[in-house]
Ligand binder design. Structure first.
Ligand SMILES: *Cc1c(COP(=O)(O)O)cnc(C)c1O
Length: 375
């Protein structure tokens, strides 16, 4: 039996997705690729619960490329922006924004906490008096702490102050509730290897019409590969089922994306969100049964896509290796302030539909800890 990959991405993928992916590489103008590309763009709007005028982008790259694409199309030198800093990836976003020459206002919290929407509101009240603020950036699920922010409330605060709101959904999209149109969010981005359930290699992003229009008002064009205005005619062509070329798409991944989004939509978004919430709640009970405490401070803010768990008294990072020897790969710590004190278990996408995978994971952790797991 091969080892089970239970890290916060890449993840176990469905047989259907694997089958769609594992074909000799087709050309980017092959009719099945054009069809899969066009349908994937349409399906992204459905999975993102985005408006029909929203603009989806699919390009070869990681989640970091999607983050950079969002930043580079919305922010330029001299802009003031707010970043809700919950951990490793929001710090990365801050750094990207500083490199663009933005003035970055960080709202920082202790690992395991998240800025309350009311706190953001207060900060924006004060900052907008100093001068215009352009955008609010936040990480939907912080992969380094397992904390999920209240994205709907954040989007509402952004709207109140007329800010663009940009959410990094790399460890959340298609698993955690996100209603792009209803909440009025402007960008929601992810990568293929997380909750979307594909191999790594695609950056996926949907922009609201308001965000797309903000790109056109930039004084300085973004780097060409990341430029929405360069990619939009390509995406429009594929959606119209016409061939187009700017930079070669990852053709196998496009076939897999179409299959994966199809499976997600077959499940239905509400059912999918509920499945992750329910299974994650069960897992939290199991962790408690094993005597493990969580990094997120409250259950409302605990992600459904991964668990960040402190090592118990007398246990160190060698636990990760011992779990691996028992056939399940989990991840070590990532947040720089607590890195050596906890480990992370990814539980999103296909594995959440396979009870035996979750059971194997809990058993391997229990066995490595030398405690009994009671289902
Ligand atoms: C994984 C992850 C990223 C980075 O994605 P890469 O594909 O590794 O570049 C960014 N943000 C979050 C929240 C992530 O979980």
């Amino acid at each position: 039996m091969s080892k089970l990959l239970m890290i916060p991405g890449p993840i176990e993928i469905s047989p259907k997705v694997q089958e769609a992916f594992a074909v000799p590489p087709p050309g980017h103008l092959a009719p099945p690729v054009i069809e899969a590309f066009g349908r994937s763009l349409e399906r992204m709007r459905e999975v993102w619960l985005a408006g029909k005028d929203s603009v989806p982008f699919i390009l070869a790259g990681g989640g970091t490329a999607a983050m950079e694409m969002a930043a580079a199309n919305l922010v330029e030198c001299g802009d003031r922006v707010v970043v809700a800093c919950t951990g490793y990836f929001s710090d990365r976003m801050s750094e990207m924004l500083r490199r663009l020459g933005a003035e970055v206002i960080e709202v920082r919290v202790q690992p395991g906490r998240r800025p309350e929407p009311g706190h953001l509101d207060e900060i924006l009240e004060a900052e907008t008096e100093q001068g215009p603020v352009k955008a609010l950036f936040a990480t939907h699920v912080d992969t380094s702490t397992g904390v999920r922010i209240d994205a709907g409330a954040y989007a509402a605060v952004a709207q109140k102050f007329d800010l663009l709101s940009i959410f990094d959904g790399v460890c959340a999209t298609a698993a955690e509730e996100f209603r792009m149109e209803e909440w009025g969010a402007d960008v929601y981005l992810t990568a293929s290897q997380k909750a979307i359930g594909l191999p790594p290699g695609l950056a996926l992003l949907v922009a609201s019409p308001r965000a797309a229009a903000a790109r056109s008002r930039l004084k300085q064009a973004p780097p060409m590969y990341l430029d929405w205005d360069v990619w939009r005619p390509i995406m429009d062509a594929y959606e119209a089922r016409k061939p187009a070329y700017f930079s070669t798409p990852a053709t196998n991944l496009i076939l897999a994306l179409d299959a994966g989004l199809g499976e997600i939509l077959e499940q239905g978004m509400d059912a999918r969100f509920a499945l992750h919430a329910g299974k994650a709640r069960e897992l939290r009970e199991r962790w408690e049964g094993l005597g493990l405490t969580r990094v997120p401070e409250d259950d409302d803010g605990a992600a459904n896509t991964l668990s960040a768990l402190y090592y118990p008294e007398g246990v160190d990072a060698s636990l990760v290796g011992r779990i691996g020897e028992r056939g399940v790969i989990v991840a070590g710590g990532l947040h720089p302030e607590i890195r050596d004190r906890y480990f992370r278990v990814g539980h999103m996408g296909y594995a959440m539909t396979q009870p035996e995978m979750l059971e194997r994971t809990v058993s391997a952790i229990a066995d490595a800890l030398g405690v009994r797991s009671n289902p």
